[in-house]
Design a protein around this ligand. Structure first.
Ligand SMILES: Cc1cc2nc3c(=O)[nH]c(=O)nc-3n(C[C@H](O)[C@H](O)[C@H](O)COP(=O)(O)O)c2cc1C
Length: 220
């Protein structure tokens, strides 16, 4: 490993601080090279080598869906229907369980908001919706690997001056055969996560968090 300079360090700290969830995008379209460099960053994130074994197959795939594509037009109603079904199932499940109902209240409200809006934020609202597929293994740690992948992609998008939004409902779409087929993924073999990217419509402040002193302990 080559020695890192103070400048490398300062740049990394700045990009980490500027990484935010952007949920509004302009109509300007990032170049394919920018998207490929975001995918490159995701591909270099760690993966659970021992969980997926010695396969010669790639452990991770990236499906880039353009806003006005045929694939996007097919995905929009599919994901919306899945969210509506998920909302109804959760309301049914929690109707006899007050504890779960109060725990899930925030998520139920979010699903109801999406149902009322008639669309799923991040799907068709940015120039690109990128689905990342991680091969299932044992133990099932695909979502952890996908989180590492997403963070690398998020930081790279930030470095490119692009906005980035996690679209976590994508995980639920892994069981939807039609969704997988549209993306060219064999249903049942992959765990999924998704994100939206494009130029941000409005600037956001760097992220605000408690100070390190408030959250750190150093046990003897
Ligand atoms: C596991 C996970 C799932 C998330 N899912 C979504 C999502 O589906 N849509 C969205 O807009 N943001 C999503 N977020 C982003 C968070 O809401 C966001 O990171 C948090 O509010 C802090 O804001 P910041 O990213 O601007 O620092 C998710 C974040 C995490 C860690």
């Amino acid at each position: 490993m080559t020695a890192k300079t103070d400048q490398d360090n300062a740049i990394l700290d700045r990009i980490i601080g500027e990484r935010r969830s952007h949920r509004k995008f302009t109509a300007d379209i990032p170049t394919d090279e920018m998207i490929e460099s975001i995918v490159h960053a995701g591909l270099h994130a760690p993966f659970a080598a021992s969980a997926i074994g010695n396969s010669t197959d790639y452990f991770r795939r990236f499906v880039v869906v353009r806003k006005e594509s045929k694939a996007m037009k097919a995905l929009i109603p599919l994901v919306f229907e899945e969210v509506v079904a998920m909302a109804s199932a959760l309301v049914r499940e929690t109707s006899h369980n007050a504890g779960l109902r109060s725990k899930a209240a925030g998520f139920i409200n979010r699903l109801a908001m999406i149902r009322n809006m008639g669309m799923v934020p991040g799907i068709g609202t940015a120039p690109f919706y990128i689905v990342v597929a991680e091969k299932k293994g044992f133990p099932p740690v695909e979502q952890q690997s996908l989180a590492h992948c997403m963070e690398n992609m998020w930081l790279k998008a930030t470095a490119l001056g692009l906005g980035f939004q996690l679209v976590s409902v994508t995980a639920q779409m892994a069981v939807n055969e039609q969704f997988c087929r549209i993306l060219g993924l064999e249903p049942g073999r992959w765990a999924l996560m998704g994100c939206a990217t494009g130029y941000p419509a409005e600037p956001l402040s760097p992220s605000i968090r408690p100070s390190v002193e408030e959250v750190i302990t150093w046990p003897e």
